[in-house]
Design a protein around this ligand. Structure first.
Ligand SMILES: Nc1ncnc2c1ncn2[C@@H]1O[C@H](COP(=O)(O)OP(=O)(O)OP(=O)(O)O)[C@@H](O)[C@H]1O
Length: 460
């Protein structure tokens, strides 16, 4: 809807905020009503309807929960479940703001804001409201929030990612997701689908790396009974299964040139021909592809078709590696610790500050998947309720285990430091005993205390 027709309510107990918003929106919208006391909110709403409500997250009221905004949000949505509410939040309250999205808020804005950002948020909310009103009757009311989908991230690159997903999802653009292993490409693909107009339709994944030449066509395009020896029945391919919905082609960078040619033909013609059939099947899919290989380098070496890249990358989204996500490492580690503790019937562990430092310093080559496994292992093996640095060993990810599992120093690498040999030996042995310090100490001929002293010495 046009903003100059909009009626906006702002509820905040800070006079300065109300004054600033009123001034800003005066020429922007049809009417701005301000209210300092949230207790008056429901009576204001019973007198008048608003297109957008800006609601403060924290009132200095006697509720004293720190979550007054959430309470008033629920009261607003009880009255009108389709109300468009934007939470006004302060830095440091972002996690509560994310909870408010889960609870039904449309968006949030962080104080102090730039005026352009405020207006952008307002316009996006009005747009969202207009789209929602025009949705077909079976369209999803409100997609699951990123947090609902367990796609977490407070860091700037993740906030940017969420913003891009929100923007691209409701279009028909083919999306190419790039990023290292374990950065969340599949989760991002699902988020794009869930926020699209195809959300009620199938989301079908095809892991292309797992498809040999022999089954590629039959898996993707389907086959007719008897078209090859093992074809005992007709089979619907993944393209047809995804019809009207989204097809997620994972590991697209790993397919051979002949497979690329077949894929390109299907995408260009917007139809597939099942093996053993002469009848093409028209396809109506939204395509999302993902790869962790440097696809442009492959194209430069003629190992990947450029024309196929152009077909699949209308929009390209790169997922940031975990090491670039700052304190998200800590937030995710705590999230996974809670999850795995509950799953393994253990109390939620605390993190020693030295452990957090170690986690922040690690490069996480396997990204979130590596963090998940590291936390799971630490939760299972830790002996107390506090996760200590030695509960996390990273050697398995960083250095491949030599054949036979025994550590043999590689003298070809140049002169060896005794310290390094000791450190590596300790890591190998701990790894061999899956993190069990008692068994590792026994094999090394040390007491547990002596082993811990060495772990500290090597900052492990
Ligand atoms: N932002 C996130 N918050 C919480 N968990 C996440 C996030 N991103 C990814 N994960 C989790 O990390 C694991 C790896 O994610 P996912 O499979 O989506 O990564 P990927 O990039 O597709 O990996 P690969 O390249 O190996 O296929 C999954 O268990 C997923 O749930």
């Amino acid at each position: 809807m046009a903003s100059n027709k909009a009626r906006v309510l702002v509820v905040d107990d800070d006079r300065d905020v109300l004054f600033a918003v009123k001034l800003l929106l005066k020429t922007e919208v049809q009417e701005v009503v301000t209210e300092r006391n949230p207790e008056n909110l429901l009576s204001v709403l019973s007198r008048q309807t608003f297109d957008v409500i800006f609601l403060d997250m924290n009132f200095k009221s006697n509720l004293g929960t720190g979550n007054e905004g959430l309470y008033w949000l629920s009261r607003i949505l009880e009255r009108d479940k389709d109300a468009t509410v934007i939470m006004i939040t302060a830095h440091g309250e972002i996690s509560t703001a994310v909870r408010s999205l889960k609870a039904g808020a449309t968006d949030f804005i962080v104080k102090p804001w730039h005026n352009e950002k405020f207006l952008e948020t307002l316009h996006a909310a009005l747009q969202h409201k207009a789209t929602k009103t025009n949705l077909p009757p079976n369209a999803p009311k409100r997609p699951a929030s990123f947090a609902d989908m367990a796609m977490l991230g407070n860091s700037e690159p993740m906030q940017e990612l969420f913003h891009t997903i929100e923007k691209v999802a409701p279009t028909e653009a083919n999306v190419l997701l790039l990023g290292e292993n374990g950065t969340g490409k599949e989760l991002a693909a699902k988020a794009l689908h869930q926020r699209s107009f195809r959300a009620n339709k199938p989301f079908i994944t095809a892991d292309l790396a797992a498809m040999s030449e022999g089954i590629f066509e039959s898996e993707l395009f389907g086959h007719k009974k008897g078209s090859f020896t093992d074809a005992k029945d007709d089979r619907v391919g993944r393209f047809a299964a995804a019809s009207t919905g989204t097809l997620f082609l994972d590991e697209i960078g790993n397919i051979s040139l002949p497979q690329q040619a077949k894929l390109l033909t299907a995408l260009q013609n917007r139809q597939v021909i099942p093996l053993g059939s002469n009848t093409p099947i028209p396809i109506d899919i939204r395509l999302i592809s993902a790869t962790n290989v440097p696809i442009y380098e492959l194209a430069a070496k003629n190992q990947f078709r450029k024309d196929l890249i152009y077909r699949i990358n209308t929009v390209e989204i790169t997922l940031p590696p975990l090491r670039d996500r700052g304190d998200d490492v800590v937030m995710l580690a705590q999230h996974f610790a809670g999850l795995y503790a509950a799953r393994n019937h253990k109390p939620r562990p605390e993190f020693d500050p030295a452990t957090l430092k170690k986690l922040l310093q690690h490069r996480w080559p396997g990204n979130i998947r590596e963090l998940q496994h590291a936390v799971e292992r630490a939760v299972i093996l830790a002996e107390g309720q506090v996760l200590r640095p030695q509960d996390f060993t990273f050697s398995a990810m960083e250095t491949p285990r030599p054949a036979g599992g025994h550590f043999l120093p590689d003298f070809a690498d140049g002169p060896l430091q005794l310290n390094e040999i000791e450190k590596n030996t300790i890591l190998r042995v701990i790894e061999r005993h899956h993190g069990n310090i008692t068994k590792a100490a026994k094999e090394l001929g040390l007491t547990r205390t002596a082993l811990y002293r060495r772990l500290d010495k090597h900052d492990l």
